[in-house]
Design a protein around this ligand. Structure first.
Ligand code: SF4
Length: 367
């Protein structure tokens, strides 16, 4: 894997910077302000996306802020320029979901992913603007999705990996009714400055326990675990070099104002004396396809690609990880050409170690 691909597999869109919640670990700098994406930004993005979608599967992920805080009418106007082949997703805190939103998701064929951290007592960081718990509102939204038989994914943030937590979480999400689950160990990035370093044993044990819980009842697609198992199988087959794509997916995030930030949505909205505003261009003045064709020339992107090469030559986990996440390097190390971060230890190195630990503990005596 070398350099950036010219065509992404999905685009992240920010219909508004506003979020109606104020979660303690949120990385977004402008979540108290409602800066909405004008329709011409969506039209400009659609001009590139529609041709990509005609050539193969392509998704637009409406992310925020809280995307539903943009309102149904405005979100419909932003979706309208995209052709029927484009798959739409929203990443939402679910607190605004009601029957009318469910009808909207059905009409516009929008796939929903809900951010929720497990049972009520695990959601202490998910709070309203008034400082109260958001949990009851989240589960009300999920209940609406279930009433309307809309399939949904879930995304959980884990603040402190501890024994028993992985089993508790997996059982909770089985009951919640999601069909896909992503689990993130909390990250130090954006305006979230909380420390994310954890004891290596605790994190490895967390992932190993999650694999065990999943294997008992593998009814949910468990994003991180299934990816790790695919990689482990490829190592055994001798095809591990083919697991990563040949080029990095640029994953463009289009901000509310049309600015395009590649590789890490978490960098959008920040500025730095060395790197400027991190954007690679604006769709209101340059077609998205052209911005991506030249994104490798953005100064910080070049530095990040040097960091990926440093990972390739120094890290035994490179074939699994592919060189990590740009925002984590920047927010943890202050630059893009470093290598190991607490994030990559939590979410790559100890994840793979956990999967292997589970495999070692459960191999048959004859093996
Ligand atoms: S695990 Fe960390 S050090 Fe290793 S390749 Fe990934 S980002 Fe680089």
């Amino acid at each position: 894997m070398r350099g950036l691909a010219a065509v992404p597999s999905y685009v992240v869109m920010q219909p508004t910077t506003l979020c109606n919640l104020d979660c303690a670990y949120c990385y977004l700098p402008f979540r108290a302000v409602d800066r909405r994406m004008p329709v011409p930004v969506a039209e400009a993005v659609a001009a590139s996306v529609n041709s990509w979608a005609a050539a193969g599967r392509f998704s637009v992920v409406w992310h925020g802020g809280e995307p539903l805080a943009a309102g149904r009418e405005h979100l419909a106007a932003l979706i309208a320029p995209f052709g029927p082949e484009v798959e739409h997703h929203v990443q939402t805190n679910a607190t605004l979901i009601d029957d009318a939103w469910c009808a909207f998701f059905t009409e516009h064929r929008v796939r929903v992913s809900v951010s929720v951290d497990g049972p009520r007592e695990r959601n202490g960081d998910r709070i309203t603007r008034a400082g109260g718990p958001a949990y009851d509102r989240i589960v009300r939204g999920v209940a609406a999705l279930r009433r309307h038989r809309l399939p949904f994914s879930a995304l959980a943030v884990v603040g402190r990996p501890e024994p028993g937590l992985a089993t508790e979480l997996y059982d909770y999400f089985l009951g919640l009714g999601c069909d896909v689950l992503g689990v993130n160990i909390e990250e130090t990035e954006g305006v979230n400055l909380r420390d994310n370093s954890h004891d290596a044993r605790a994190v490895t044990a967390f992932w190993a326990e999650l694999v065990a819980a999943w294997r008992r009842e593998p009814r949910i697609h468990l994003r991180e675990v299934e990816w790790s198992l695919r990689y482990a199988a490829a190592v055994l087959d001798g095809t591990a070099d083919d697991v990563l794509p040949r080029r990095l997916d640029p994953i463009p995030t289009v901000g509310h104002d049309g600015s395009v930030t590649v590789l890490s949505p978490e960098l959008a909205g920040f500025t730095d004396v060395r790197y400027g505003d991190f954007s690679s261009g604006n769709v209101l003045t340059t077609p998205l396809a052209d911005i991506l064709a030249h994104a490798g020339r953005t100064p910080w992107v070049g530095e990040f690609l040097a960091g990926v090469e440093a990972c390739r030559s120094s890290c035994p986990y490179f074939g699994f990880c592919g060189g990590g996440h740009a925002a984590n390097r920047y927010f943890e190390l202050g630059r893009f050409d470093g290598t190991e971060t607490a994030h990559c230890r939590n979410s790559k190195i100890h994840l793979l170690e956990g999967v292997l630990e589970h495999a070692r503990d459960h191999q048959s005596p004859a093996a």
